[in-house]
Ligand binder design. Structure first.
Ligand SMILES: [Zn+2]
Ligand SMILES: [Zn+2]
Length: 673
């Protein structure tokens, strides 16, 4: 009644005053005087129908009314949460219309000037209070309310997005992040539909360059409150991704991208979530989805974008270089996808990410025999059965091809190395830590100190004799450094490093002379975290001086300290992998590099593997069985008409190498692996 009266008055108008177009439900575009508009807006403070009217007209009303409109919404949002609970139908419709109106005013209004912005900031606590309340009631309202389905859910996401632009600081507050994580976890409602909202979490994450303690803590709390483990949450998101990847509408693809981004962010939230994302099952699932997206026949820009976000998530997860994850993605077929993925978009992001993934796999090759084996197996299949692969690789971006070349080179080297190790090539030696003993023999025959699991003794007697000088440093180790010393997967990298150091020995000696380091003080840091790998020489006495900061290095250096430089072929080596320095003592012998010649015809197939501190390639002068084995494998592959990854080829190459080496092995037959 009241509204009709006003409409009539409005259309009548007063002479001279400015007219404004307003839309009244079905009657479109009625001209009414400015004064009437003001009173219509004001009526929305107490009358619901007017609130709807204002809401309908918010996008089109002249800017000068917006401050007044905002004030109406603000007033409704100030209502205490429990006040509307008992009304019938949709008890929150006042609030819903106010929030929706606020979102319609949009960033343009709030960003227009400092006053408007301050209005939003002052109002935010009320907005947030209602977001929390709406989240709790949204199941029933989204399904049974009189308006469109899912609008409560929608609204919570949109409010966060506005906040991101106007008042980003709010997104750093624990409570606000908490709700964002909570809605991202979502709920399985009674009809077994999976409900979740990702925008709030993604909006919060835009806010963070680095994940802070606040975010970590919120994530932990929310998981606990929902009685979920980190694995549960990651599995939940992966399952949603899987489900969405079978849908085809642009909206589904949008959702898929959000899910991929969410997983890519969750990865960094908390150590337990990082760990959960590193599982092989997560890797294989992501690659399976990438495959689906890349194999679409009608390849639209949407698919490309979705594939890109999945690729980014794979790249993020693999940046932790966990062998488990690497195994998962390789097994599911990432290697065959990468050349295509590198050329996916016109912008260089795809290429960068494809190269990134390959680089990270390359790192994994150095410390996981498992990854070496699965990569080799995969390449054998690709090269022997997929004729298009080579042409795909040839048409991929040039820098991708360069990384691919390095990856292949290292993989082949490590595949040969694995074969050689299986046949007892270059068994590892160790030395007794008791300074009066210093016995040298096969590493496997030593006892390890029960405390640090690092220091070796040849007998209980030697351990007793050596304990006095070892005790202090061994007891000084804290949990973190003990874990480094006890790290299980050190064997392959340690043996490989030993070979690499032997192979580059002439160069290492030259580098240490340039730095004025005496051979008896020489230590080498070999970094396998980034390709090309690097070698740096340093004086291990520095580690003793900084013992409090790096107790595990000091403990390793101590072994050399006590030897008094009498055994120059013992070198302290820091193997840098997965962003950690793992110390080890290696015994350098030239017999493993003696007497080999590289077949002339295959010499040009070699590549640079190591650089120095300044990124300058290191010259490799020594030839060892490994280098010969690689060259022979390439030669035999051609001779036998097979791929170099074939078992028969690798077997024949290593047999041939060991034949040449037989004499040395006989001499060394007492040192068993
Ligand atoms: Zn110890
Ligand atoms: Zn001993």
């Amino acid at each position: 009644m009241q509204m009709l009266r006003e409409r009539r008055n409005g259309t009548g108008g007063k002479g001279g005053s400015q007219m404004v177009q307003m839309c009244f439900g079905s009657r479109r575009n009625v001209s009414i005087p400015e004064k009437r508009v003001e009173s219509l807006i004001d009526a929305a403070r107490t009358d619901f129908e007017h609130l709807v009217l204002v809401n309908d007209n918010t996008p089109t009303l002249p800017l000068r009314f917006q401050a007044q409109i905002f004030d109406v919404f603000r007033q409704h949002l100030q209502t205490p949460v429990d006040e509307h609970l008992c009304e019938k139908d949709d008890p929150y419709e006042w609030i819903m219309f106010s929030l929706k109106g606020m979102i319609m005013l949009g960033t343009a209004f709030f960003e227009r000037n400092a006053v408007n912005m301050q209005c939003f900031i002052n109002c935010w606590p009320d907005i947030f209070k209602w977001l929390q309340a709406l989240f709790v009631v949204r199941e029933a309202c989204d399904r049974e309310g009189p308006y469109e389905k899912g609008r409560y859910t929608q609204l919570i996401g949109e409010a966060y997005n506005i906040c991101l632009h106007i008042f980003p600081k709010a997104l750093e507050e624990e409570e606000v992040i908490g709700l964002a994580i909570r809605v991202c976890i979502g709920d399985r409602f009674s009809n077994d539909e999976d409900h979740f909202i990702l925008q709030p979490f993604l909006a919060c994450m835009v806010q963070y360059e680095d994940i802070t303690d606040v975010v970590s803590r919120s994530a932990e709390k929310m998981l606990e409150a929902c009685d979920l483990t980190a694995e549960d949450l990651v599995d939940k998101i992966v399952a949603r991704l899987k489900r969405t990847s079978t849908q085809t509408t642009p909206m589904d693809l949008q959702k898929l991208m959000q899910l991929a981004n969410t997983l890519g962010n969750i990865l960094y939230l908390h150590p337990s979530l990082t760990e959960a994302c590193q599982r092989s099952s997560v890797g294989s699932c992501l690659v399976a989805i990438l495959k689906v997206l890349m194999d679409k026949r009608n390849y639209s820009a949407h698919y490309k974008e979705a594939a890109l976000s999945v690729l980014a998530t794979i790249c993020g997860c693999s940046s932790f270089r966990a062998p488990k994850f690497a195994h998962g993605i390789v097994e599911e077929g990432i290697l065959i996808l990468l050349p295509r993925a590198a050329s996916l978009g016109s912008d260089p992001t795809c290429k960068t990410m494809a190269i990134g993934i390959l680089d990270q796999l390359l790192s994994c090759l150095t410390y996981s025999a498992d990854v070496v084996d699965i990569c080799r197996d995969e390449l054998r299949k690709i090269y022997s059965s997929n004729s298009q692969f080579v042409s795909m690789l040839d048409s991929s971006p040039k820098d991708f091809q360069v990384t691919w070349g390095s990856f292949i080179a290292l993989l082949l080297e490590n595949a040969v190395l694995r074969c050689l190790f299986k046949k007892s090539y270059a068994p590892e030696n160790g030395t007794c830590a008791n300074r009066d003993c210093r016995r040298l023999m096969a590493r496997a025959k030593f006892m390890k100190c029960a405390g640090c699991a690092f220091t070796l003794y040849c007998s209980p007697l030697c351990q007793k004799a050596g304990w006095g000088s070892h005790r202090m440093r061994c007891k000084n180790l804290d949990g973190e450094h003990l874990n480094i010393l006890r790290f299980r997967n050190q064997r392959l990298p340690r043996r490989m490093t030993t070979l690499h150091i032997q192979r580059y020995w002439t160069t290492i000696v030259r580098l240490s002379q340039e730095k004025g380091i005496l051979l008896k003080h020489l230590a080498v840091r070999v970094s396998y975290d980034k390709f090309p790998f690097s070698m740096q020489v340093f004086d291990w006495r520095g580690a003793l001086n900084e013992a409090t900061k790096i107790p595990h290095l000091a403990l390793a250096a101590e072994t050399l300290h006590h030897s008094g430089g009498s055994q120059r072929n013992l070198i302290l080596v820091l193997v840098h992998m997965q962003e950690t320095d793992y110390p080890c003592i290696v015994f350098v012998e030239d017999k493993w590099t003696r007497g080999f010649r590289i077949p002339q015809a295959t010499k040009d197939l070699e590549r640079t593997t190591f650089v120095d501190d300044h990124g300058k390639p290191l010259v490799c002068e020594e030839v060892d069985a490994l280098r010969v084995g690689v060259c022979l494998a390439k030669k035999y592959a051609v001779d036998m008409g097979k791929t170099v990854w074939d078992n028969a080829v690798l077997h024949r190459a290593t047999e041939k190498v060991l034949e040449e080496f037989e004499q040395e092995l006989l001499v060394d037959s007492n040192s068993v692996e």
